[in-house]
Design a protein around this ligand. Structure first.
Ligand SMILES: Cc1ncc(COP(=O)(O)O)c(C=O)c1O
Length: 399
């Protein structure tokens, strides 16, 4: 077979055109480099900026106690894990972390994955397969979507935070096994899943309920146990995923539940079985972070109070913050280029507030994603508000 000459000489030539199209549509993303630690003020591409773009909600990513714990563990355990956890990559620190997480989550057992992405995709694909169905909120995170696709189960998408729609879909279809999966705090909207209603529906239809607490672990609940703790539905949600990479300031993800669940994932979650264990020394950071979450509840209380006040101030300026009820507060402007322009205007004034564009959000829902952390100082927030008040007329339709 002879190839078209252009394809034969430049088999990846189509990428040029596709990148150009992204650029024209205002969707091209460029890599940034941060110098120094993740914090409320960062040096990004050589500019000092107040940082509203990280998920370091409790300000632990550069906490000296986490650094110290990792340093000490590094000296003892070295760095690379060298193998899958099933071979010889799983160290004593992984074991200790899984036990501490089980205690924190109030479950029999947990299993730690190299990332939250791997926890979601691996867990879903291990729990359902061909002949089964997975019911997923339309705004769930990409790692959940990938898990659904990888599972080869029937994927049924219910409208965002709409228990009635989920109920009607479950009533319509019958499968061997059914899994319902939802984020608890949605990453781009900062709104909350109706967990009480969803878990009642799951019980009524004898479906398995799974949640992803990535943006809630350490932030929501008296103990920091997430939205399941707030809603009192822990018993009704047998599969709970969390991350170590956001409020806990580190890296990794985990799935929590009964011992049978984690025993199965240990055998069958492909993102766990076929991937090198993450460095044991990093478990030391998460162990320390869990202690801080337990002993310093003021961090999450202050963060959520601050978020409520900040949201209110944005609303009174006339911005569209959607249904945010968390530390993630979007400013929805609609057009991708408008979001980029608003982000650029803030950057110019010394604030990093990322523009989020399709495909991370649906077409026409481009936004700024403001992420508050307990490391922000009061005047970081008031200065941002002042600036947004000045930019309002340029980016909001006349009132
Ligand atoms: C809702 C949600 N789940 C899972 C993940 C993946 O977690 P990780 O960054 O630890 O891979 C993210 C990451 O942003 C997320 O927003």
């Amino acid at each position: 077979m002879t190839l078209h000459p252009d394809l034969a000489s430049r088999p990846l030539g189509w990428i040029e055109e596709s990148l150009e199209k992204l650029r024209q549509d205002g969707l091209l993303r460029s890599p940034r480099v941060r110098h120094g630690a993740q914090s409320a003020v960062i040096d990004l591409d050589g500019r000092r900026l107040v940082n509203f773009g990280s998920n370091d909600y409790l300000g632990l990513a550069s906490d000296s106690r986490l650094r110290g714990a990792v340093q000490q563990a590094l000296l003892q355990d070295g760095f690379g894990a060298g193998a899958s956890p099933l071979v010889c990559g799983r160290a004593e620190l992984h074991d200790r972390l899984e036990n501490a997480l089980a205690q924190f989550e109030g479950v029999e057992s947990t299993i730690v994955f190299p990332s939250g992405f791997a926890a979601n995709s691996g867990t879903i694909a291990a729990l359902v397969g061909p002949g089964d169905a997975v019911y997923t909120d339309e705004k769930n995170h990409a790692s959940i979507w990938d898990g659904c696709r990888l599972s080869r189960a029937d994927v049924k998408v219910y409208r965002h935070c709409d228990p009635d729609h989920l109920d009607s879909l479950l009533a319509k279809h019958h499968h061997r096994r059914r899994l319902i999966v939802t984020d608890t705090v949605f990453s781009m909207d900062g709104d909350l899943a109706p967990l009480v209603e969803l878990s009642e529906i799951a019980a009524r239809h004898k479906a398995i309920m799974m949640v992803d607490e990535a943006h809630a672990t350490g932030v929501f609940g008296e103990r920091g146990g997430g939205l399941c703790e707030v809603c009192g539905v822990e018993e009704r949600v047998p599969v709970r995923v969390g991350t170590l990479s956001k409020a806990l300031g580190g890296i990794g993800g985990f799935t929590a539940g009964i011992r049978l669940l984690t025993a199965w994932l240990f055998q069958r979650a492909r993102s766990y079985v076929y991937s090198t264990a993450f460095p044991a020394s990093l478990c030391a950071a998460s162990l320390t972070a869990l202690d801080i979450v337990r002993t310093e509840p003021w961090r999450r209380r202050e963060l959520l109070n601050r978020a409520a006040r900040f949201r209110q101030a944005l609303l009174s300026q006339g911005w569209n913050v959607g249904n945010s009820q968390s530390q993630i507060i979007p400013i929805v402007v609609g057009d991708a280029q408008a979001a980029v322009d608003l982000s650029a205007a803030l950057h110019e004034a010394g604030f990093f507030v990322p523009a989020i564009r399709p495909p991370s959000v649906p077409q026409g829902e481009a936004r700024l994603r403001i992420s508050l952390t307990s490391a922000h100082q009061g005047d970081h927030l008031s200065q941002l508000l002042e600036l947004l008040a000045k930019l309002r007329d340029r980016f909001l339709p006349r009132r």
